[in-house]
Design a protein around this ligand. Structure first.
Ligand SMILES: Cc1cc2nc3c(=O)[nH]c(=O)nc-3n(C[C@H](O)[C@H](O)[C@H](O)COP(=O)(O)O)c2cc1C
Length: 152
């Protein structure tokens, strides 16, 4: 099974998880980046607004083609109970290229269900599995059981 992990992370919480998923599943790792500035106070406000309006933005050139993979792990932070804008833009840009998908997300505490529902809508695929972890769980390395189940 050829696997790809494609993720966006603003403050490196989801990134920690993405790297571990890639390591455990021997997957290629695609870090989604963009020129749109989501850092700082103004960036935070922009992130919330762009997520709420389901804005599609330009993302930077990709290294991997998801069509070449049997399973694609798609992940990012929850923004205003939605998937982060760069992740949704990646999914939209690669519409029709996903064979099988698994979704993972991190959030302060809530919004996972709506986030996964939105990702499913854009990927045009139901996920084989989902993994929802709080920022605290990731920070404290308190997710090994959930991660093992997600990787099965
Ligand atoms: C614009 C914005 C909106 C957010 N909205 C939510 C939310 O609706 N629910 C929640 O529990 N956390 C929310 N968060 C917190 C992030 O989901 C959380 O900190 C996440 O783990 C960050 O992951 P990252 O470091 O990979 O970017 C929000 C963060 C940002 C920047």
């Amino acid at each position: 099974m050829k696997a790809l992990v494609a993720y966006y992370s603003r403050t490196s919480i989801t990134e920690k998880l993405a790297k571990e998923i890639a390591k455990e599943s021997c997957a290629d790792l695609e870090k989604i980046t963009t020129n749109v500035k989501y850092t700082g106070k103004i960036g935070y406000a922009r992130a919330g607004k762009d997520a709420m309006t389901e804005k599609i933005i330009d993302i930077d050139k990709l290294n991997y083609n998801p069509a070449d993979y049997d399973v694609i792990y798609l992940g990012g932070p929850v923004w205003a109970s939605k998937a982060a804008t760069p992740l949704i833009s990646y999914i939209k840009q690669n519409e029709g290229k996903f064979k099988n998908v698994k979704f993972f997300a991190t959030a302060g505490k809530s919004g996972f269900e709506q986030t996964f529902a939105q990702m499913e809508k854009y990927a045009l695929k139901s996920p084989l599995k989902t993994l929802a972890l709080t920022t605290k769980e990731v920070k404290n390395n308190n997710y090994s059981e959930k991660l093992a189940e997600f990787l099965e």
